[in-house]
Design a protein around this ligand. Structure first.
Ligand code: ADP
Length: 545
């Protein structure tokens, strides 16, 4: 081997931090407080990041120590994102919507020693505090009451602002190895118990670079990013580090995630870019039917986490002139792995362009992807063969934290549990999660396709389709639909509507009209709950011939 002449310079979050602070000192971080916002420049945030690092150091946080965050998207959360990994410790973003048992499980499993908690979330964390085995210190942001925590635990409780006030900027950052752990995130448990993914500095750095790339999210200093996707959901899809690296402004929505306050914040701050799961955007669309909204500042919205209905993208484009771009990824993939930009030569705003954007995403450089059959044999990228998607690459996990889960890996590839097709030029189309595929008489029915079509009906608010046992066919689809108030479309009408797009044998004969589709802790349709309700006889099901 011939040695290169290149410097062996570690790719670290400290390097991202230093770059943002020195080059983009005047970019800003704005946090919404319901009516007005508080704002800081990058220079001010960077000083506070150094004060936070000094304070955590004083609390005993060192290389490898896990520090949890139990926070909304706000300036303090971004400070933690920057300070904790840069000092060699490990940022563990905690999902504030996890069930208490799962929250206890992940904090104990990761052995967090310090947890930074927003004052507004103290009551939630206090519920599990007595069961936390490793937490020595809780650091409470804001000025709120930490009394509930004090009653629940003997651990030390300190104020975030008090800690920072006792320190001066200018922390002496240690050298950090690029392969060491920077952050960890547990999967939200949509299909089972949470599993911990541990990101390295190197993987985070490479992923951040990929996120800013023009064929990905194309983030630059000109952007004002509104991260609606929580910073505990797969690192807010990489936006915090990518944005800081290029000096974008951050518009942090805090706990104001309903359509009405979000629209107020958008009107005040005029974001150019945002990311959130489809249920949030569907909410915004419903809100816009009765309220004037102005989304003209956006150049792009990235949407993913579950399949994005084409009807949702079309409605945003035609009614609000907003371009939604679909992306695919998982906690295990940092998360971005594919983005659905159309190929060259396709004219913007045409139906053909929407065909491409409706695909799940085009795999991008840095991620290798294949589909395999049940025996693990690779299948062709011909837009026809359907198999389980497997990925590998420098920001894809190779295992889980203290949980090897060999069944999730295949000879160096991560088995995603997603099933789909790939086109010859790398566009992925996910038809289902393996666990959600409906196996009817030896044929597969895509629940994702039926849901997307149903949600295109003007009277349908939400629709989720699950497989339920059937004596003759093994499994058949059950469509669970939320209708607009006053709609009388009914199962027969919806079946007719679907009939134009899918084969007869795929049409559901079982229908349940419900008030709301249950959601997971990150806002995805919770099919586990629907299946359980059906099995327990809790769903009112009509059958049509
Ligand atoms: P959880 O597994 O708990 O839901 P993740 O957020 O890591 O947590 O979920 C990743 C999964 O989300 C993917 O494996 C896939 O099933 C689904 N997903 C993400 N983006 C898309 C998309 N654009 N279309 C369809 N499914 C998606």
């Amino acid at each position: 081997m011939l040695e290169s002449t290149m410097q062996d310079f570690p790719l670290t979050i400290g390097m991202i931090f230093r770059h943002g602070r020195s080059v983009y000192a005047n970019s800003e971080v704005v946090t919404f407080e319901g009516e007005t916002s508080r704002r800081s420049t990058y220079a001010e945030v960077a000083d506070r990041v150094e004060q936070l690092a000094a304070a955590l150091d004083r609390l005993g946080v060192g290389p490898g120590t896990r520090v949890g965050t139990f926070c909304w998207n706000n300036q303090e959360h971004l400070e933690a994102y920057l300070a904790i990994p840069s000092m060699g410790a490990v940022l563990h973003t905690l999902n504030i919507r996890l069930f208490p048992e799962l929250l206890t499980y992940v904090i104990n499993h990761a052995a967090d020693e310090v947890v930074i908690v927003d004052d507004s979330l103290v009551p939630l964390l206090a519920k599990v505090a007595p069961d936390l085995e490793t937490v020595k210190t809780f650091v409470v942001t804001g000025t709120g009451d930490a009394g509930a925590l004090a009653e629940a635990t003997d651990a030390q409780i300190v104020g975030y602002e008090d800690l920072l006030a006792a320190e001066t900027p200018g922390f002496d950052w240690p050298d950090v190895e690029e392969h060491s752990a920077a952050a960890m995130c547990y999967t939200s448990g949509t299909t089972g118990n949470p599993k911990g993914v541990v990101y390295s500095h190197r993987s985070t750095w490479l992923h951040s670079f990929a996120v800013t790339a023009a064929n990905s999210l194309a983030i630059t200093e000109a952007d004002r990013i509104l991260p609606i996707v929580p910073m505990f959901h797969a690192n807010a899809w990489g936006l915090p580090y990518a944005g800081w690296l290029v000096g974008a402004d951050f518009l942090m929505p805090g706990r104001f995630l309903q359509a009405e306050p979000l629209m107020k914040f958008i009107a005040q701050e005029r974001p150019t870019f945002s990311g959130a799961v489809p249920t949030i955007w569907a909410d915004v669309l419903r809100y816009s039917e009765d309220n004037p909204i102005d989304l003209s500042s956006f150049r792009m919205i990235v949407c993913g986490g579950s399949a994005v209905p084409r009807s949702l993208m079309e409605a945003f484009e035609s009614r609000h002139g907003v371009r939604i771009v679909q992306a695919w990824g998982m906690t295990e993939t940092s998360p971005l792995a594919a983005v659905a930009h159309p190929p060259r030569g396709v004219e913007w705003g045409t139906a053909e362009e929407m065909d491409w954007r409706s695909r799940t995403g085009r795999v991008y450089g840095g991620v290798e992807l294949r589909i395999v059959d049940d025996e693990g044999t690779p299948l062709p990228w011909d837009d026809e063969a359907v198999g389980e998607i497997e990925v590998r690459g420098p920001w894809i996990t190779a295992s889980y934290y203290r949980d090897p889960a060999p069944e999730k890996f295949d000879d160096g590839w991560l088995r995603t549990g997603d099933v789909g097709q790939v086109s010859p030029d790398g566009y992925v189309q996910i038809t289902d999660r393996a666990k959600d595929v409906i196996k009817s008489g030896g044929e597969w029915i895509s629940s994702v396709e039926l849901e997307g079509l149903l949600m295109a009906h003007p009277d349908v608010v939400e629709a989720s389709v699950v497989g339920v046992p059937d004596d003759k066919w093994g499994e058949r689809p059950l469509a669970c639909v939320v209708l607009k108030a006053g709609s009388d479309v009914g199962a027969v009408g919806l079946c007719e509507f679907l009939g134009g797009s899918v084969a007869r044998w795929q049409l559901p004969e079982r229908w349940s009209f419900i008030d709301e589709v249950p959601k997971t802790s990150v806002g995805k349709f919770d099919k586990k709950v629907l299946r359980a309700r059906h099995a327990a006889g809790d769903l009112d099901v009509q059958t049509i011939g």
